[in-house]
Design a protein around this ligand. Sequence first.
Ligand code: 13P
Length: 254
Amino acid sequence: MASALRRPLIAGNWKMNLTLAQSVDLAKLVSGGFGSASGEVAVCVPFTAITVVGEILKGTGVRLGGQDCHWEASGAFTGEISAGQLRDAGCQMVIIGHSERRRLFGETDEHVNKKLGAALKCGLTPIVCVGETLEERETQKTWRVLETQIAGGLKGFAPSELAQAVVAYEPVWAIGTGKTASPAQAQEAHLFIRSQLKKVHGGSFAAGCRILYGGSVTADNVDSLMAQADVDGALVGGASLKKDFLRIMGFRAA
Ligand code: 13P
């Protein structure tokens, strides 16, 4: 996070966890700890918890996000939630193209691209996720995968339209496995992603775009990850459900 152009962002992804009562408790914990945060903080919560968590976060500075959205504004899409509905419910952000959506629910770069358009149109800050599987890494396909996901996911938008967009590098092999990318591996991938952003959308967009790291981020490894020049924040799964998230929010980048 060496660049002053990029305000660090620590975002929790609660995934499909917690009851409403537990969500309320966790939202209170996070908002109570916001005073010692080292940057911007957000929580991306299950759809059912958006309203209650939004009430607690109101006026606290902690931002609220959804974990997915549909690309259409409304209509006969049973089970889906639109970007406009997220906005209406109080969200400022949305995760798009998480690897769990790609892997378990068949999302493609084309879907990601359409969802990104919907999020931007509704004024939501999109967090677009990219990342390679273990097999892709072991067969030297990491750069090709990242290049394809960035190009396909972000295509067709002017840099001015993408001004708010955030990218998250989440190597699939590091998600929920306890195997974090080393700071050097994260930095290498983030630098590569920034070079791709530059290729597609120009130098000034690339220099200002925040790239978060996600995959087994903990209170113990956050400082060394955040010390990397191109790591501008973290997207945190498991550890965002615990008190440890407060320490992650208050990371110290050397
Ligand atoms: P973990 O932090 O549990 O590995 O999950 C990362 C993630 O998928 C965040 O979106």
